[in-house]
Design a protein around this ligand. Structure first.
Ligand SMILES: Cc1cc2nc3c(=O)[nH]c(=O)nc-3n(C[C@H](O)[C@H](O)[C@H](O)COP(=O)(O)O)c2cc1C
Length: 224
């Protein structure tokens, strides 16, 4: 399935790509580093943006999304929950295997109990909702890729929350056995279901500026 995406071996690369030849193939060492600027400035439209999108960077939910850990008491509506789950299930997956399952948790006692098995989940004491992203080991056609699939689904939930004006944060579970087992026990997950991540969701109290993390030095072109 994925063979055509496999990187070529070094000898193949030498014969078929500029990487086997001498000379700079990446950012030249004397290239000017981008000057640091204030977040708001860096997310202001640049002349290049006109070429790539109608959406200004400051309105692009992928770029404006931040982890939000403080919420009002207002419940998240079922309509919003469905949008979050639709976004999750729209994620790409290996061979379209869609190994995900989701547990929607609103019960206050359960949300609080998760904080006892997850050391960095304190915000669940206030959050009105958590979506637990799980993998079904019986649905895996390409078992090596289930983590990537579930991560894509998790990220889609975060981006959809941003679009809907909700606040959310990803709480890592897999592959830490104590968190996996703790959540499995709390939610009565069957053996073939592996909890991958918890997403805490609510109506945001805090606001955070977009993070500008673009770093041209992390980018190599054509080869390293
Ligand atoms: C795999 C993963 C696990 C994470 N686990 C936690 C967590 O347990 N608790 C938490 O508060 N945030 C958690 N985060 C959120 C990160 O702390 C956050 O994404 C990071 O600090 C960057 O900030 P931003 O999301 O606001 O851009 C996790 C994020 C990822 C991708």
């Amino acid at each position: 399935m994925h063979d055509s995406h496999e990187p070529a071996s070094p000898s193949q690369r030498a014969a078929s790509s500029p990487c086997g030849t001498e000379g700079p193939a990446s950012t030249p060492p004397d290239a000017e580093p981008a000057p640091p600027t204030h977040d708001a400035e860096r997310l202001a439209p640049t002349p290049q943006d006109a070429d790539v999108a109608d959406v200004a960077p400051g309105r692009d939910p992928v770029l404006t999304r931040r982890s939000i850990r403080k919420y009002t008491d207002e419940p998240v509506s079922e309509a919003h929950v469905e949008r979050l789950l639709r976004a999750a299930m729209a994620a790409p997956s290996a061979g379209d295997q869609r190994p995900w399952r989701f547990v929607v948790v609103r019960d206050r006692a359960t949300l609080t109990a998760i904080t006892e098995v997850h050391p960095y989940a304190r915000m669940l004491r206030q959050a009105p909702l958590a979506i637990v992203v799980c993998a079904d080991t019986q649905l895996k056609k390409w078992p090596q890729f289930w983590e990537q699939d579930c991560a894509a689904a998790t990220e889609n939930i975060l981006i959809e929350a941003e679009i809907l004006g909700l606040g959310a944060v990803w709480l890592g579970v897999h592959p830490l056995p104590e968190r996996v087992e703790g959540i499995r026990r709390l939610l009565a997950l069957p053996d073939h279901i592996v909890p991958f991540a918890v997403v805490a969701v609510g109506h945001p109290v805090e606001r955070k500026p977009p993070a500008e993390r673009f770093d041209p030095a992390r980018v190599h072109r054509e080869c390293w």
